[in-house]
Design a protein around this ligand. Sequence first.
Ligand SMILES: Cc1cc2nc3c(=O)[nH]c(=O)nc-3n(C[C@H](O)[C@H](O)[C@H](O)COP(=O)(O)OP(=O)(O)OC[C@H]3O[C@@H](n4cnc5c(N)ncnc54)[C@H](O)[C@@H]3O)c2cc1C
Ligand code: SF4
Length: 328
Amino acid sequence: MIPFEYLRAGDPAEAVAAVAGRPGAAFLGGGTNLVDHMKLGVARPDLLVDVSRLPLDRVEETGSGLRIGAAVRNSDLAAHPLVRERYPVLARALLSGASGQLRNAATTAGNLLQRTRCPYFQDVTTPCNKRDPGSGCSAIGGYTRYHAILGASEHCVAVHPSDMAVAMLALDAVVIVLGPAGERALPLADLHRLPGDTPQRDTVLEHGELITAVELPDLPFARRSAYRKVRDRVSYSFALVSVAACLDLDGGAVRDVRLALGGVAHKPWRAALAEEALLGATVTEEAFRRAAEAELAAARPLHGNEFKVPMVRNAIVATLRDLAEEGR
Ligand SMILES: Cc1cc2nc3c(=O)[nH]c(=O)nc-3n(C[C@H](O)[C@H](O)[C@H](O)COP(=O)(O)OP(=O)(O)OC[C@H]3O[C@@H](n4cnc5c(N)ncnc54)[C@H](O)[C@@H]3O)c2cc1C
Ligand code: SF4
């Protein structure tokens, strides 16, 4: 690890000024991702600005939904009574991630901004366009079990690893960002990027922009929601694929639906085509399968992860079927 300075910010504005004014500076949340990367030589910040103890650690009702402070720990968010009652998909996604100890440390903002688990990204002895732009992509033609089937490019085929972000995407979350020029609200759907020819950029955030909160709009039918994660081990393992779903039924038909996928793309993936196919459809496994296939028509699996296409389809069908049965 190279030497670095440490600053505990007193308030969000001080944190923003400290990072924005220094190209090598980085915010520090729970450190469960960033500190690992510093040990591996993947990240080399010369200043860590600790934002984990800022007064951004509350979950509050806003009148139109829930505001989650950026420093709220994953464990606290998963256990929050309003989250469990109104957004079970989020509680379940959080609890499916990492381990109890990691969730106690990990923050809401840090979880959203954790970087890919592509093994080549974490191995500084291998070429990787995300870590070292222009060096090549070792995953293409290499080990691809955990890699993308949607939205990838010839420069990077990595996936975003967060479970929480997939649930928040299904819930139409909005990210509140404070930068040197002031505050802005960014739909979570616009936060993460596809790799294109600049895979080194995971998000649209500029250097020095601090996430201060995530807002969840009221979505009454999210009380009937679920998160299904398919993985190699039953715990302590990242998703091969995952599905976040909220389902609103009108008798035997779909009145409304939210569907997002994890483990399939460089960003949490909103399954808009599947949602469109489901609106008004009669609730049958066949309708769920057709909707999944509409989304997956654009899938381009790699040699080594072809299994993900049927896996996503089956996970969507099973998740929606379980939710539909819950409502009967
Ligand atoms: C063994 C292991 C297993 C795991 N399994 C899973 C899993 O199954 N599912 C899953 O979803 N995750 C998993 N994780 C990842 C874990 O969820 C993340 O490491 C964690 O959420 C990151 O949060 P943090 O607060 O520690 O972030 P940090 O490591 O502190 O920061 C991560 C990034 O966010 C930036 N950042 C932090 N706060 C802010 C802010 N307020 N504004 C702007 N930028 C900020 C940092 O600069 C850094 O770039 C696992 C991690 C480990 C080590
Ligand atoms: S998939 Fe992306 S992160 Fe992985 S080696 Fe290729 S460029 Fe790097």
